[in-house]
Design a protein around this ligand. Structure first.
Ligand SMILES: Nc1nc2c(ncn2[C@@H]2O[C@H](COP(=O)(O)OP(=O)(O)OP(=O)(O)O)[C@@H](O)[C@H]2O)c(=O)[nH]1
Ligand SMILES: [Mg+2]
Length: 467
């Protein structure tokens, strides 16, 4: 008994000590597919792990410039704590790093959940009293996942009937109308003439038609594709619950609706337990938006991106909480909206992109709901800066980087709109974007590659916990 008490006492003491020695911070990296989540997480990790390594030749700015602790010279090299993730799948940092920093290749699209725990340490504080009261370590927890899955967050607040109506209306919008036609035609025919109840073989045909439509919509760059696990199943490959499709109430197919709504409810529960739970426990959030890609894809894609972001924002919990409350119910109190891949633009244009993002935010959060509850910033960033922005003899800014085929030549990217509404007619002439690849001349994978505004973004997000 005495031994047991002693052991319990020691454990308690250790826990109390740990509690005060380190803080835990869960950062939500949010973004639809191809927004740049995996590149952002890899570059962030590389920069804090190799904080003292030399910069790539020709690079003058450290990727963490802008992070107060780094600027003050107090950031020690971080540690990757794989041991703390023994029961979760690990973010494959070294594979992504070797691809980006070793082979000059972008990472593959993410197929499943992956976790990362980074122990970030500050240099010892000289004052021993201060050392006693302030934690010197921060455990930064980050989750990576396929961006397609974000589209499902909108389902949680809907019944099958509500979702059906919304999905049907979306399918009828001009940009999706042709893509959804085979499905809509089949369903309308079944409603008009089909046998009642609908046989399983017909239901399967409808499922296939709906899933083909989702795939076609994704190929066009549209993001509101539900259920998203049809596109990227993760561990839910071949789950029967993926087989639902919308049947609006106006089509009288009560038996089919009942069957599909059971699948819909089962899907919501499954996805909520796999993903939703983690999203409900964030301390801060970066919302990565590939605004430049949306500008290239056109008005419909941008509208849908806005709609999808609004739905996603309703899911997250925002609010300022301090002390014990923060541990009981976590809420996001710092948010950064980041327009990614800004290195596709020359320096002065990146400021215009930032302005455009601000204008978009006004539309996404018209009543300042998120902004009233959390500290919100918006920035244009490039997690991995693949180009240099230079000035020619005539004073014009241009870009120099490696093109897909390895060539390097001056490139003039044009002008990005800095406000809404956008003049879609003149945009293609005004703005010409190019795909760049990560630099392939990197001599060793431990070298640091440049970033644009990465340090400032980390400062916006972590400053309270990283003093
Ligand atoms: N120029 C430039 N391109 C970038 C940058 N970050 C990402 N990209 C491009 O965007 C693509 C997608 O980046 P990822 O990080 O894989 O995107 P993701 O959000 O993880 O995508 P999913 O895994 O599909 O959800 C890359 O293959 C690059 O082509 C950047 O900082 N600069
Ligand atoms: Mg990814």
């Amino acid at each position: 008994m005495k031994r047991y008490l002693k052991q319990a006492g020691n454990k308690l003491l250790q826990q109390a000590e740990n509690l005060h020695r380190y803080k835990r911070h869960r950062l939500g990296v949010t973004g639809f597919s191809r927004a740049g989540k995996t590149v952002f997480i890899t570059q962030l990790t590389q920069s804090v792990l190799r904080v003292d390594e030399p910069l790539l030749e020709g690079v003058s700015r450290h990727p963490l410039v802008g992070l107060d602790l780094f600027d003050a010279g107090l950031l020690k090299p971080a540690r990757l704590r794989e041991d703390r993730l023994a029961r979760r799948s690990q973010f494959d940092f070294f594979r992504h790093r070797d691809s980006l920093m070793g082979q000059g290749r972008w990472p593959e699209p993410t197929q499943d959940l992956a976790w990362l725990d980074l122990e970030i340490k500050r240099a010892e504080q000289a004052h021993s009293l201060q050392r006693l009261v302030t934690p010197d370590r921060l455990h930064l927890e980050i989750m990576d996942y396929p961006g397609e899955w974000l589209a499902d967050l909108a389902l949680f607040e809907q019944s099958f009937s509500q979702w059906s109506q919304a999905a049907w209306e979306l399918a009828l919008q001009p940009h999706r109308k042709t893509l959804s036609e085979p499905f809509r035609q089949l369903l309308t025919e079944v409603a008009a003439h089909g046998p009642d109840p609908v046989p399983e073989a017909v239901q399967r045909k409808l499922t296939d038609a709906w899933q083909d439509y989702l795939k076609a919509a994704r190929a066009q760059g549209f993001v509101l594709n539900q259920p998203s696990r049809v596109l990227v199943p993760g561990q839910m490959q071949n789950f029967a619950m993926l087989g639902f499709f919308p049947v609006p109430d106006s089509l009288t197919l009560p038996d089919l609706q009942r069957r599909l709504s059971q699948l819909f409810d089962a899907y919501k529960i499954e996805v909520e337990s796999r993903l939703g739970r983690h999203f409900q426990q964030l301390d801060s959030q970066i919302i990565l938006v590939d605004l430049l890609a949306a500008l290239e894809q056109g008005e419909a894609a941008l509208k849908e991106l806005q709609q999808a972001m609004q739905a996603a924002l309703r899911f997250f919990r925002y609010g300022n909480q301090r002390g014990v409350l923060r541990w009981l119910t976590r809420k996001i109190d710092r948010v950064v909206f980041a327009a990614t891949k800004a290195d596709q633009l020359v320096l002065s244009e990146r400021l215009r992109l930032e302005k455009l993002l601000g204008a978009l935010l006004n539309e996404i959060d018209p009543s300042n709901d998120v902004r009233a509850r959390a500290n919100v910033r918006y920035r244009a960033i490039a997690a991995l800066e693949t180009t240099q922005s230079l000035v020619d003899d005539q004073g014009h800014e241009y870009l120099l980087g490696e093109e897909e085929d390895g060539r390097q030549q001056p490139y003039y990217s044009g002008q990005v709109p800095d406000r809404l509404p956008i003049d879609w007619q003149s945009l293609p002439e005004q703005l010409q974007l190019k795909r760049w690849r990560p630099l392939s001349r990197v001599a060793n994978v431990n070298q640091l590659l440049p970033a644009y505004q990465l340090g400032s973004v980390l400062n916006d997000l972590l400053k309270d916990d990283l003093k």
